[in-house]
Design a protein around this ligand. Structure first.
Ligand code: NDP
Length: 300
């Protein structure tokens, strides 16, 4: 079998078009322009590119965008004061503080300072709790993107066996919540899991969020399974020249695609969905803050 390639880049483009439509309607019918503020502390080049992309796409869908690039030595109190100011700013409906922050800043303090109403990355205890009990609110961006791709590929997910490899607060745990809500039977594996290959072989859906290049091979994939590869790993690529690198996922794409029914590539699978879902979440929070029902196609 040769797997269908799940084109996250194309899906994210379509999603952004729909988001732009919702933004235009919020403006025209309610006078609301959803606003997203992104805060980055320090000069990590990877994060800076990511933040610039977020700001660019925010403007492209018609939203208000604010970007705060603070020097690495900014005191914790100043970062917290900025968050407080954005919490109170009526033009801002979503706040994202790019993690990791420099060592002298406690990330938990930053997360706890965020207004849950504007917590578009779903980090605060209130947002995590809402996700768990199924109340409306923002949903962690990467898992939301994975869910959208799974629904688009499979339709109903009810009754399917899903194995999630990785239990981070950012990806694995919220993914498990979302798939439980879809009536999947969910197993969450981690670094202490025994017989991982055997578990993965039972899965109709595999979500790999580990951070280990090409760890999951085709010989532990059930024929016809749907594979969502969240991993982004940079590995040496001597074939491209000395010192060159390339991106690979946590799944060994070649061997897995020979067995799976459908698979996300890296790059071009889950990655493009994450920023698009950040924008979707900002429409959701802008709607909720103003007492409106968020658009159904942007929420789980
Ligand atoms: P974390 O490092 O926070 O979590 C990794 C998880 O993998 C942990 O739960 C860990 O287990 C588990 N793990 C580690 N080694 C093994 C192993 N040998 N077998 C089974 N499980 C293992 O990573 P994130 O969740 O933040 O990210 C995972 C990957 O996804 C990374 O490559 C990251 O770059 C990528 N990513 C991609 C995004 C995108 O937009 N596409 C967004 C976010 C992340 P334990 O808990 O026991 O330590």
């Amino acid at each position: 079998m040769t797997a269908k390639i799940i084109d996250g880049k194309a899906f994210a483009e379509g999603l952004r078009t729909r988001i732009a439509g919702h933004v235009a309607r919020l403006k025209a019918e309610h006078g609301i322009t959803p606003g997203l503020a992104v805060v980055i502390v320090g000069e990590d080049p990877g994060s800076q590119v990511y933040v610039r992309n977020k700001a660019k796409q925010t403007v492209e869908v018609g939203m208000h965008s604010e970007k705060y690039e603070l020097p690495a030595e900014t005191p914790e109190a100043d970062v917290l004061a900025l968050v407080e100011r954005l919490n109170a700013d009526p033009a801002i409906h979503g706040i994202l503080v790019q993690l990791p922050v420099p060592k002298h800043i406690d990330p938990n303090k930053v997360v706890l300072a965020l207004s849950p109403d504007k917590d578009v990355d779903c980090f605060t205890p209130a947002s995590v709790g809402k996700l768990q009990i199924g109340l409306p609110g923002p949903v962690s961006c990467t898992p939301l993107g994975c869910l959208m791709l799974l629904r688009d590929t499979l339709g109903s997910l009810e009754g399917l066996n899903a194995v999630i490899v990785g239990r981070s607060n950012l990806v694995g745990k919220p993914m498990a919540q979302l798939l439980l809500r879809e009536n999947c039977t969910v197993t969450v594996a981690h670094s202490k899991t025994k017989n991982l290959a055997e578990l993965v072989r039972q899965a109709d859906i595999v979500v790999a969020a580990v951070g280990r290049p090409q760890m999951i091979k085709g010989d532990c994939i059930k024929p016809g399974a749907t594979i969502i590869d969240v991993g982004i790993n940079r590995v040496p690529a001597p074939e491209k020249g000395e010192g060159k690198t390339r991106l690979v996922g946590d799944v060994d794409y070649e061997s897995a695609a020979a067995v799976a029914g459908a698979i996300t590539p890296v790059p071009g699978g889950v990655g493009p969905m994450t920023i698009a879902c950040l924008l979707a979440n900002t429409v959701t929070t802008a709607s909720l803050i103003n007492g409106l029902v968020p658009p159904k196609d942007l929420t789980p």
